[in-house]
Design a protein. Sequence first.
Length: 239
Amino acid sequence: MSLLSVQNVSKNFGSLKVTNNLSFDLKEGEAIGILGPNGAGKTTLFNLVSGDITPDSGDILLNGKSILSLSPAQRCIEGFGRTYQIPHPFEGMSVFENVLVGAVFGNNYSEKQAEELALYVLEETGLINKAEALAGTLSLLERKRLELAKAMATQPKILLLDEIAGGLTEHEVHELIELIQKIRKKGVSIIWIEHIVHALLSVVDRLIAINFGEMLIEGDPQMVMNSPEVKEVYMGIDA
């Protein structure tokens, strides 16, 4: 049984069809990359999985059970963690307090347990030395690390990464890749939307290319990148 199964999911905004009969499965411990041009429906897909919006048709299953009736908060407790393309930390709160929010609301923990988890996650994400700093003072890379830390504090089974490498220098991208690989080794399943292709190729087992909300091709990362469909639609090469 797949950990996550997206089954024939469609979503329209008025006359605009942003997701069209999209289906894929995610196995436990697997990492999937999703790529496509701007407007392809990638972030809408994440919003559907996380519960921020509801599909017009289709179903989304976690361990074989539909989660369509669950709120975003309930899905978080069930095992979904998410980062956002543009980090929005609680800037007036410390880094530790930001992560503590995830530890408290993503788990049925006591205050002491949540504090211990928050400190552990800060250590794992390389932010322990910034624990008392205000989140609004962080660099972009540190904000990206904080996005990961907040998500990991909920102890997710599935981590949704939305262009988390965007805006970083090449050196910073490599630092982030190392952190994501570290998270993978802990058994967390990952779905990663990203335009920085070499970052995806360093982490994922499988690539899915979509365009106009539809599946273009799915499979081995190098096979997908070398496919005529991706070269034409995503890379702008007439194949």
